[in-house]
Design a protein. Sequence first.
Length: 275
Amino acid sequence: MSTTPAGHGLAAARAHLRADCSRCAALCCVGPAFARSADFALDKPAGQPCPNLGEDFRCRIHAELRDRGFPGCVVFDCFGAGQQIVQVTFRGADRRGAPDLAAGMYAALPVMRQLHELLWHLAEALTLPAAAPLHGEVRRLHARTEAASRGGPEELAALDVAGYRAEAGELLHRVSELVRGRLPRRAGARRGADLIGARLRGAKLRGASLRGAYLIGADLRDADLRDADLLGADLRGSDLRGADLTGALFVTRPQLEAARGDTATRGVAGGTPFR
């Protein structure tokens, strides 16, 4: 019997956690502010549409974002929060006709995104046989988080998201310990470590806890990252060419999109995003 939510497998459990821009209203292109930097080519105040946004809620330069100086847009993933807010929280309302409504949508976006990201990781935890002793706890937290994500604007505004994250983080840590504990040998923990620009080519990091580690610009070519815990690890600009991520825990698409890899990068669930 499947251990994933609703028994339909990981892909089905995560189906509503994948961004569907056709059912959103470009919330991520309007609500957040961003400053001119290596990630964005210009300044944009909160609540103001990006100048690249079309009337159809589509990005006019989507295929050229990285080349045009917007890698921050490329690596962003709302985990389906946008369509959830528009279609469920606000029941399909059009933000353009009501400024107060729009403000509520923008305020709900970071809350919903965090809830959906937690659901993404909890769904993964339920597929890990070694974590079976904790599956009951994971299911209960998954159900509570799902229920919270279906709340109205007022409920979302009052939600203790930090509390949810702390609770989920502790539970996912125990899941990680069970899974990595089955390995005959595992690399030492580097949780939250400052590894910015570190020379880790060929490093033996199998089973290591790299949770929250700063790996910005790190050289991880040909590194053994099998079964490593990468929850929240900052992989921006890291070099994953030839690295093996088979079985790596809690790694997301945005993390990989922010890194550099190639077709020799192994073990990336859902296929490599690298070209």
